[in-house]
Design a protein around this ligand. Structure first.
Ligand code: PEP
Ligand code: MN
Length: 339
């Protein structure tokens, strides 16, 4: 971090600032310019409140040269992180495919879809039981019963399960859930993130619809700073002026996050696009762009779905896409795709 001081800073205030920084374990290097004195701060400045320093009378400007996140930062952890999830793992050159309906609607529905996506090559089953709906009058999910049906589908297929947790009070139902999803709307629910940081289970955190990369990484940092390092990031489309698609899929998230962090990156084309015909091209673009995996909504009867039918692929369309993705991933990586 670089602190640019106003001309002729008050000596006592400057000594206080330097003393305060040193107490925090930060080394301070001075350099005297024509008109300004500059302080170069060396050490872990991630816990330093930049606004507090900037507000001091003697300070003209403060610039960060180091990102405010540490645990998630690739600089401190150069190797890609591989997150174990049930019988599988995410990251490190494999292609994860999480597939299933938006919502668990019945035991029969989730088991039918689970068998179909498993046969098509999915590596994880998704399905919402606690649903964050924009309208209180829309289907809110089956709750605890939905989780039971997911567990049943896991027993039948062997697929690890991923499902959304909206509130820490729901944790009791998540014992047999393999991957806990934090939805876009909860990305900055900091109390929830802290609670999940105290858990041992891996967490899939979705990017908020108006959140920057840095905000997403700071949310991952909330979880990691509490001791849970098993975090997977998910880009699911951001809000832009475009209305044709539900959101705008930000594929630049893949190379940008890859550079900034060691955490695995999943792309969700379903919530980004909102329309089924867009899923195959966006999913292939994501794999070509280096994503560690995809989250794709699949429904056995999209026209009857209680949630997100228009963006759901039928099992046959998903199977054709999964075949293509496996071949593309192999081509891109020169290695075998996970089966
Ligand atoms: C979901 O995956 O079911 C979901 C609600 O997604 P998002 O939080 O990205 O809107
Ligand atoms: Mn959905």
């Amino acid at each position: 971090m670089i602190v640019i001081l106003k001309p002729h800073p008050d000596r006592e205030q400057l000594d206080n600032l330097i003393g305060w920084l040193r107490e925090k374990g930060i080394q301070v290097h001075h350099s005297l310019g024509e008109s300004h004195m500059i302080l170069g701060l060396v050490g872990d400045t991630s816990r330093l409140d930049i606004d507090l320093v900037a507000a001091l009378d003697i300070v003209e400007d403060v610039k960060r040269v180091q990102e405010p996140y540490k645990n998630a930062n690739r600089k401190f952890h150069p190797e890609d992180t591989v997150v174990p999830v049930g019988s599988t793992s995410v990251g490190g050159g494999t292609l994860t495919i999480m597939a299933g309906p938006c919502s668990v609607e019945s035991e029969e529905q989730i088991i039918t879809v689970a068998k179909a996506v498993k046969a098509a090559g999915a590596t994880m089953l998704r399905g919402g039981a606690f649903k964050p709906r924009s309208s209180p009058y829309s289907f809110q999910g089956l709750g605890a019963a939905g989780i039971e049906f997911l567990i049943q589908a896991k027993r039948e297929t062997g697929l690890p399960i991923v499902t959304e947790l909206m509130d820490a009070s729901q944790l009791d139902y998540f014992d047999e859930v393999d991957l806990i999803q934090v939805g876009a709307r909860n990305m900055q629910n900091f109390n929830l993130l802290k609670e999940l940081g105290a858990q041992k289970k891996p967490i899939l955190i979705k990017r908020g619809m108006s959140s920057t990369y840095e905000e997403l990484l700071m949310s991952a940092e909330y979880i990691m700073s509490q001791g849970n390092e098993k975090v997977i990031l998910c880009e699911r489309g951001i809000r832009t002026f475009e209305t044709y698609t539900r959101n705008t899929l930000d594929l630049a998230a893949i190379p940008v996050l890859r550079r900034l962090t060691h955490l695995p990156i999943i792309i969700d084309p379903s919530h980004a696009a909102g329309r089924a015909f867009l899923i195959p091209p966006l999913a292939t673009a994501a794999v070509a762009g280096g994503a560690d995996g995809l989250l794709i909504e699949v429904h056995n009867a999209p026209e009857q779905a209680l949630c997100d039918g228009p963006q759901s692929l039928r099992p046959e369309a998903f199977a054709a896409l999964a075949r293509k993705l496996a071949g593309l991933h192999e081509f891109m990586n020169g290695g075998a795709a996970r089966s």
